[in-house]
Design a protein around this ligand. Structure first.
Ligand code: SAM
Length: 219
């Protein structure tokens, strides 16, 4: 359906894509970006347990290992997970849906989702809210869920294209969980954090003044 997640089409697209190797990332470019925008921004420490959901063919799960995290990857694409297991045999991957993951609640200090389709469309839809809810079940008390996704912030919604959600859309989504949150935008990417910590002060004060920052993209 136009402008919404088309699960079946998505599955076959990714299966084909990963069979031919997926995206061609530069290891060091990704390393530097994630060190700056995830590790430093969220104060992550080496040795933390990490889950990457929607890990595709495992490139970033392996990268996060190199950065010092004990990182496990999950994706529902059999081709993606097959590639990941073949190319990163020392890492752990599970082929499953992110709404039905094989972990005990609160198993991870950090859960990361990069480019997960559920955040490309209606951010207040049941599917998008349920996605964050299932992810948060895996975050330890005091831990954080970090979601990064491309958007030009225009609010554009074209048929059969991803939506370019606004920062207000992301704020509304993450605010609805009643936990501490942050929403930033850097290099064309929304970078959002949802902390497994109750909000200790009124939302407007906690979030707008202390947690929320918008950075201009690098030119
Ligand atoms: C745009 S790709 C991003 C892949 C990878 N994170 C990256 O940045 O290269 C989106 C991924 O989300 C996965 N995905 C979508 N819905 C999912 C779900 N419900 N459960 C698990 N994985 C899902 C797809 O299989 C695909 O690999």
């Amino acid at each position: 359906m136009a402008g919404e997640i088309n699960e079946q089409r998505g599955r076959s697209f990714y299966d084909r894509h990963y069979k031919t190797g997926g995206w061609d990332y530069s290891f060091w470019r990704e390393y530097r970006w994630h060190r700056r925008e995830l590790v430093k921004r969220f104060g992550l420490r080496r040795g933390m347990s990490m889950l990457e959901v929607a890990c595709g063919n495992g490139f970033h799960t392996n990268l996060f290992h190199w950065m010092g995290f004990d990182c496990v990857g999950i994706d529902r694409s059999e081709a993606g997970i097959g590639w990941a297991r073949d190319h990163y045999p020392r890492r752990t991957f599970h082929c499953c849906d992110l709404r039905d993951m094989p972990f005990s609640p609160g198993s991870f200090d950090v859960v990361v989702a990069r480019g997960c389709s559920h955040y490309h469309y209606d951010l207040m839809s049941d599917i998008s809210l349920e996605t964050s809810e299932s992810i948060m079940e895996n975050v330890k008390p005091g831990g954080v869920f970090i979601m990064t996704i491309a958007t030009d912030l225009s609010g554009r919604r074209e048929p059969d294209q991803i939506w370019h959600n606004t920062l207000e859309g992301y704020r509304q989504h993450f605010r609805s969980f009643g936990m501490q949150w942050s929403v930033d935008w850097v290099d064309g990417m929304a970078i959002c954090g949802l902390f497994n910590l109750p909000e200790s002060r009124p939302k407007a004060e906690t979030n707008a003044s202390t947690r929320e920052r918008v950075l201009e993209p690098a030119v």
